[in-house]
Design a protein around this ligand. Sequence first.
Ligand code: PAF
Length: 280
Amino acid sequence: MHIVNTVDALRVLIHTWKAAGERIAFVPTMGNLHAGHCQLVKAAKEKADKVVVSIFVNPTQFGVGEDFDSYPRTEAQDQDKLRAIATDVVFQPTVLEMYSPHAKTVVSVTGLSELYCGASRVGHFDGVATVVCKLFNMVQPDIALFGLKDFQQLAVIRTMVKDLNMPVEIIGIETVRETNGLAMSSRNGYLTPEQRQTAHVLYQVLCQAREAILAGNGDYANVEQQALLALQQAGFQPDYFRVCRSNDLASAQLDDTELVLLTAAKLGKTRLIDNLSFTR
Ligand code: PAF
């Protein structure tokens, strides 16, 4: 497994593979890898000849007072995990390698980036779109794989790729969950043992809301209110719970059939997000 820290070193490898006609898959991460990330890499291996994984805790997607400094950095363990699943390259740039202090360009997917998580984390999705755009330019992948857990992030990236005619196929991979339903996330590591007993309720409430809709409740505002209440009663401080259309994340209307429930809630200091897609 190659470990590279510079764009120049990465480009040498990419150039060689492209010249040999090899198909390149890319999995961008911020490290602290869990089973969900490994699932992305395994899916990437099945679909391409070479797999590049980036590990970069991207400062531009964290707001003031968020967890950029405390975000878990576990390089050695991450490299071991990636080596065990036959990753070809780990790209681990420094902040200076990624961002010139003189850079003037930001990629912004307007509208979508201001909704839901974007409303509470102002500028977050501009940071995500900008770093993913830069990483795509560096890696030049044929395909890139992202977890469906970050449903809004995936929608932002798909929109960016379409709007900017980027020659990369975006593939969403199913969320990996603990046996109790809790979606795997690097931020789960912030939870206390007691909070861990409660965290799976986020998924339970999503499932209950889906059942209510499938049983015929078409009053989506009511479904959202019930869900928010259930989260509060379980000890969460909910940020939002929304019934959306899956293709553009607008509020769902009664004639929409492809739905996604999106939610974010804090448990103590930890902000958890999750979602559930289904056909009505
Ligand atoms: O989902 C993540 O880990 C990050 O948002 C990403 C896509 C690697 C960009 O920094």
